[in-house]
Design a protein around this ligand. Structure first.
Ligand code: UGA
Length: 428
């Protein structure tokens, strides 16, 4: 099939590369010409295991190409929309870019082509796109919803071996086209109407976020009653109805998806006069959780204006250089507003990425970042951080105080190295 992918962010790029590897002819389009120039040279703009070699392989095989605009003579069978849907101030998704693309596609697509939404879009968007196309006289274009469930850090394996495929379709023929597009994948398929597909995406992310906020609340209670949240998670997770994943207590969720999608779903519910109380609480708990180290630092030091704090990890999770909605940035900003000196270390995030945050010092060497610090906070559980030489860390810090925001350090080893260690949900 001939496939056009519009938007080369995480979802668009990974989708484009993987579809090319299935044997389709894929053109990926993005307005960012610098990014397109790099991609055409086989350089991957995101840090994602295995993506760059596969990208190069597909470029060499002439199955994949990149362009800065949708060609007037595009003859693609299906155009996938993977542009951003950033949150507006009220939390709802901004669909301006999506509809700009639809309008262009309405002028350029061949008769009978398909449009698929890959971006996470509010329930009802596929239908709105269809209505919009009809107003352009393009009743012939069919709109399908193909939500994406890839995780950053394992994007390639999630796309090549997904747990399921969700096909939101208006008719049987559209379903056949989506089956053809994903032909080599032998995984469960849920074929449903488009609103259902759009809801499956939001409900999945909201449920995972709920698990995280739930275990974080349990952790806060565990601390107060002398229980150990890690063992609580283990004990709960062995029940197959609960499952052990997404029960790691800590600083809460970040990234470009959970924070945005949970707020958007609260909004979607609000639009139909439904008060989604549970999800509102999930969002609130997450917000409180990520600033917990500041409350604890105030308990230790009172005034924070003369202390130096090192945040270990800036990426919102290990395996990615994505810093969107990273707890590290918010903690750093709040500490700084209370007068503390803040330094960061991350094995892959560069100081260039934090350019706008001119207050921060990102150091390449963790030991240098920890020099004379009064406290360290583990924000991201990178192996490079967990496996630091803690005796050496102890020798360079002014005070040996560590907040383990992800419960990943060995408390006994740290205590032996002379540290006071604070965890989430248990007292070592
Ligand atoms: C998430 C979903 O897992 C994907 O299925 C989905 O496709 C994606 O959002 C999306 O909508 O695009 P991602 O944001 O890459 O993927 O990251 P996750 O691995 O799900 O982690 C999200 C956050 O939850 C991270 O900040 C992580 O530190 C946190 N987390 C995760 C916890 O705090 N505790 C846990 O037990 C698990």
């Amino acid at each position: 099939m001939k496939v056009l992918v519009v938007g080369t962010g995480y979802v668009g790029l990974v989708t484009g590369v993987c579809l090319a590897s299935f044997g389709h002819d894929v053109v990926c389009v993005d307005q960012d010409w610098q990014k397109i120039a790099r991609l055409n040279m086989g350089e991957c703009p995101i840090y994602e295991d295995g993506l760059e070699p596969l990208l190069r392989e597909q470029l060499l095989a002439n199955r994949l190409s990149f362009d800065t605009a949708i060609s007037d003579s595009t003859d693609c069978d299906i155009a996938l929309i993977a542009v951003g849907t950033p949150p507006r101030n009220d939390g709802s998704a901004d669909l301006a870019s999506v509809f700009e693309v639809v309008s262009e596609l309405g002028h350029k697509l061949k008769q009978g082509a398909f449009i698929g939404t890959k971006s996470t879009v509010p329930v009802g968007t596929a239908h709105s796109i269809e209505t919009f196309l009809e107003s352009m006289g393009r009743q012939d274009i069919r709109v399908v919803s193909i939500p994406e469930f890839l995780r950053e850090g394992s994007a390639l394996s999630d796309t090549l071996q997904p747990s399921r495929l969700i096909f939101g379709v208006p008719d049987e023929e559209s379903l056949r086209v989506l089956e053809e597009l994903h032909r080599p994948l032998e995984v469960p398929v849920v074929a449903c109407n488009r609103a259902t597909a759009e809801m499956i995406k939001y409900a999945s992310n909201a449920f995972l976020a709920t698990k995280i906020s739930f275990i974080n609340e349990i952790a806060n209670i565990c601390e107060r009653v002398g229980a150990d949240v890690q063992q609580v998670s283990q004990g709960m997770g062995l029940d197959p109805r609960i499952g052990s994943s997404f029960l790691r207590a800590g600083l809460g969720y970040g990234g470009s998806c959970f924070p945005k999608d949970t707020r958007a779903l609260v909004n979607i519910a609000g639009d139909v006069a439904y008060d989604f109380k549970l999800l509102k609480a999930v969002v609130e708990v997450n917000q409180r959780q990520r600033t917990e180290p500041i409350r604890r630092l105030r308990q230790w030091f009172g005034d924070l204006s003369h202390i130096r704090v090192t945040l270990l990890g800036v990426a919102f999770k290990p395996g990615t250089n994505d810093i969107r909605e990273s707890p590290a940035l918010e903690i750093g900003e709040r500490l700084r507003s209370q007068g503390a000196q803040v330094q960061f270390y991350d094995p892959v995030v560069t100081r260039f990425q934090l350019q706008s945050q001119e207050f921060v010092r990102v150091l390449d060497d963790p030991y240098m970042a920890l020099e004379h610090a009064d406290a360290a906070i583990i924000v991201t559980e990178w192996p490079e951080i967990v496996d630091l030489d803690w005796a050496r860390v102890g020798a360079v810090m002014r005070r040996r105080l560590v907040f383990d925001g992800r419960n990943v350090l060995d408390p006994a080893a740290l205590e032996e190295a002379g540290f006071l260690i604070e965890n989430f949900g248990f007292h070592p």
